[in-house]
Design a protein around this ligand. Structure first.
Ligand code: FES
Length: 330
């Protein structure tokens, strides 16, 4: 059975806009006591209230620039940053517009599904947009350990990027900034990989377009999976052409209609089922579900190509049906 996450109620000590898209929040315990520790790459899950009044959880990486050994073992605060998604389901708007200093937020204690490996080879960090957040802590940890690190941080423009002075101070010339509006083009992934040595480890965090570019390019170059670590930084968007379909639960005999703008997982939860899940982004693997019948449109980053090709398993938090019906072993 999955461990029950530790829930904390924390006070918003500070909430401020870093730029028009990104809001920083500092969370503390009411008694100012120490909080559960975390390691670089860890995230919090924060309970948000959506416009329809329902609650849901959103995933925010912990930001830390300290290079003091043990700084995150018993921290006095958690710092997160939230990118505003006007086209999203409302979680980020809640964090931007409803949450104010002094409010209490329910959170789950930190978890790390994007850990940094303690290797001597250089950690090459690639951030796109708000994907910078977990990489701040990774850069700080590498610096604290005296190990090699390089950060490539890409964004649409410098005015929409976050923590530039802090990163500059931490990394100096190990920081490479890429602003699309200055370069007139997106980050050149091929050139970036050309600058890596065969032992380098890549840590990538950002939107799907960046992740897909890095994964496709590293695969084409024959990089092994062990060298490429990633975390996606958007919640599953509805894609053009998404349609409603029927999902049949073979064990319980229940049938539900999954609307075009809902995932199978959310549909099951809404109907009172209790499926296992965690990231809701197709990364962690927790929601893997056996498929008995129906064609799957895989959208996850967890299953191997062979598993996807088998047509027998899917990540119900993000993948959908290609046809009108899926039969799941639930
Ligand atoms: S909940 Fe993580 S892959 Fe589906």
């Amino acid at each position: 059975m999955a461990a029950v996450p530790q829930l904390l109620t924390l006070r918003v000590a500070e909430a401020r806009a870093l730029n028009p898209l990104i809001r920083l929040l500092r969370l503390v315990a009411d008694d100012a006591g120490a909080l559960p520790g975390f390691t670089a790459g860890a995230h919090l899950r924060v309970q948000v209230t959506l416009p329809d009044g329902k609650t849901d959880w959103r995933h925010y990486s912990l930001i830390d620039f300290s290079t003091q050994p043990g700084a995150t073992e018993a921290p006095r605060e958690y710092v997160i940053a939230v990118r505003r998604e006007d086209e999203g389901r409302g979680g980020s708007l809640f964090m931007h517009e409803r949450v104010q200093p002094g409010d209490l937020l329910t959170i789950e204690a930190p978890k790390n599904e994007f850990p940094l490996r303690a290797l001597e080879s250089c950690a090459v960090l690639i951030a796109g947009g708000i994907g910078i957040t977990p990489l701040t802590s990774m850069a700080a940890q590498r610096k604290a350990e005296g190990r090699a690190v390089r950060l490539h941080y890409a964004g649409r423009s410098r005015s929409l990027m976050a923590f530039l002075p802090e990163l500059q101070q931490l990394l100096g010339d190990q920081l490479e900034l890429h602003a699309d509006d200055e370069a007139g083009a997106p980050l050149d992934v091929e050139a970036l990989l050309d600058s890596c040595s065969p032992e380098d480890q890549l840590y990538v965090c950002g939107p799907k377009v960046l992740l897909d570019a890095v994964l496709a390019t590293t695969q084409a170059r024959g990089w092994t999976h062990e060298r490429v670590h990633f975390e996606l930084f958007t919640t599953p968007a509805v894609e053009a052409g998404d349609r409603a379909f029927e999902v049949v639960l073979a064990q319980s005999g229940k049938t539900f209609s999954v609307p075009a703008d809902q995932t199978v997982l959310d549909c099951l939860i809404e109907h009172g089922c209790d499926p296992l899940f965690d990231c809701k982004r197709g990364e962690c693997g927790v929601c893997s579900t056996a498929v008995i019948d129906g064609e799957i449109e895989h959208r996850d980053y967890f299953l191997s190509d062979a598993e996807k090709a088998s047509g027998k398993v899917m990540q119900i938090c993000i993948s959908r049906a290609r046809g009108a019906r899926l039969v799941l072993d639930l």
